[in-house]
Design a protein around this ligand. Structure first.
Ligand SMILES: C[S@@+](CC[C@H](N)C(=O)[O-])C[C@H]1O[C@@H](n2cnc3c(N)ncnc32)[C@H](O)[C@@H]1O
Length: 370
């Protein structure tokens, strides 16, 4: 316990109740990532730019990037997770699985669009979402032409379609992005605002019809550029309203972790089929031993590293290797797989919160036929 940061995290772990709005197993600030957080009034770019070299300086800023964990800290985290690893009975597990979308509907009925913040950090982390800002992606722009066919409001219940049919929402677009588990659009609306490529079309889906309704009734929802639909991504038999091989980018932001671990591989493999050769899947999600995992109390564990929150929604905490396995087994190639260990600081309460997120980009090989 020589390291003062270690002392602090242990004291946070020991406190069973809310720390800065965070408590084990209930809704929290876990997903409210800083939005170009400022300290001392200055704006700074997202992620990876401020390093804590002198632990005595910890309360000088709101957040520190790429924080190294001590061995003692890692051991304490493992111990905490093991202590909690007493899975709930199977019938409870089944209920959380079969009623998963109802729990999310309830969540959005309560919070509407007030819970998650717009994810503006997306464009520094994933320039593919607004490629006109990235020199690397210039070739997409050359093909751009006006989209908007008016097809967008057709029913989501579709017959299987092929790319050559041209009979699907956004069929004339030259750059297609799909976000799965879009919630109320905190990723989709920033994309539509930031990416003004006239050839862009954005699809988004969620299995919560309450969330999708909130997307569609948002004044920023433009059916000429966007198509929102209800879809359970773990239902691998269900059709998407877009053909296989049609997407340039697929986005999963804190959604894969909400699925039962047994359904993750099937879901990722199904999604991979939707990508064009050369298309990319982008993910940001919870990493193993993230503060949100360590704060779960006993009685919330469903299986190893998989938990149910107080509101009935579920969450898994990944390792980089697990995600690598899921993507490569779906035939994708690694472009990026990194762990973002961030130390968030509540300077007022003099508390530290160790966050662990994983960020991945995996590409469908160019030569693969879909
Ligand atoms: C933590 S929220 C993240 C929402 C959004 N991606 C964001 O970053 O603001 C997880 C979302 O995944 C959705 N979700 C969970 N399981 C799903 C499934 N099997 N199919 C589709 N959506 C799902 C939930 O309804 C919820 O909107």
């Amino acid at each position: 316990m020589r390291n003062p940061l270690f002392r602090r995290v242990i004291s946070n772990m020991a406190a069973p109740h809310a720390v800065d709005g965070v408590d084990g197993g209930s809704r929290e600030t876990e997903l409210i990532l800083p939005d170009s957080s400022s300290s001392g009034g200055e704006k700074r770019p997202q992620f990876g730019t401020r390093f804590l070299t002198d632990p005595r300086q910890v309360f000088q800023h709101n957040a520190w990037d790429n924080v190294e964990w001590t061995e003692e800290q890692e051991t304490a985290a493992k111990k905490k997770v093991l202590e909690n690893n007493q899975p709930l009975p199977q019938e409870k597990q089944d209920e959380y699985d079969t009623r998963a979308n109802e729990y999310w509907n309830d969540f959005y009925t309560v919070h509407e669009n007030r819970f998650f913040k717009d994810r503006h950090w997306l464009f520094t982390e994933f320039p593919e979402l607004a490629p006109q800002f990235s020199l690397k992606q210039e070739s997409h722009l050359e093909e751009s032409e006006a989209a908007s066919t008016g097809d967008q409001e057709q029913s989501q219940e579709v017959e299987p379609i092929s790319l050559s049919d041209g009979n699907f929402p956004g069929s004339t677009a030259t750059y297609r992005i799909l976000e799965v588990g879009c919630g109320v659009g905190n990723t989709v609306f920033p994309i539509l605002k930031t990416n003004n490529d006239p050839g862009l079309f954005v699809y988004c889906c969620d299995f919560s019809n309450t969330a999708v309704e909130l997307v569609k009734t948002n004044p920023e929802y433009d059916p000429g550029r966007c198509f929102a639909f209800v879809h359970d991504l773990s239902d691998v038999e269900a059709n998407y309203p877009i053909p296989d091989g049609s997407l340039d980018v697929l986005v999963l932001i804190f959604v894969l972790s909400a699925l039962h671990p047994n359904k993750m591989q099937g879901s990722i493999s199904r999604l991979a089929r939707l990508l064009k050769p050369g298309g990319v899947m982008l993910l940001r999600d919870y990493g193993r031993y993230d503060m949100a995992q360590l704060r779960f109390k006993k009685g919330r564990c469903l299986s190893e590293n998989f938990y149910v929150r107080g509101d009935g929604t579920r969450v898994y905490f990944f390792t980089q290797d697990e995600l690598h396995e899921l993507f490569t087994a779906a035939g994708l190639e690694k472009v990026q797989n990194l762990v973002d260990r961030r130390l968030q600081v509540n300077r007022g309460k003099q508390l530290t919160m160790y966050r662990v997120w994983i960020q991945c980009k995996y590409r469908k090989p160019a030569e693969t036929q879909s």
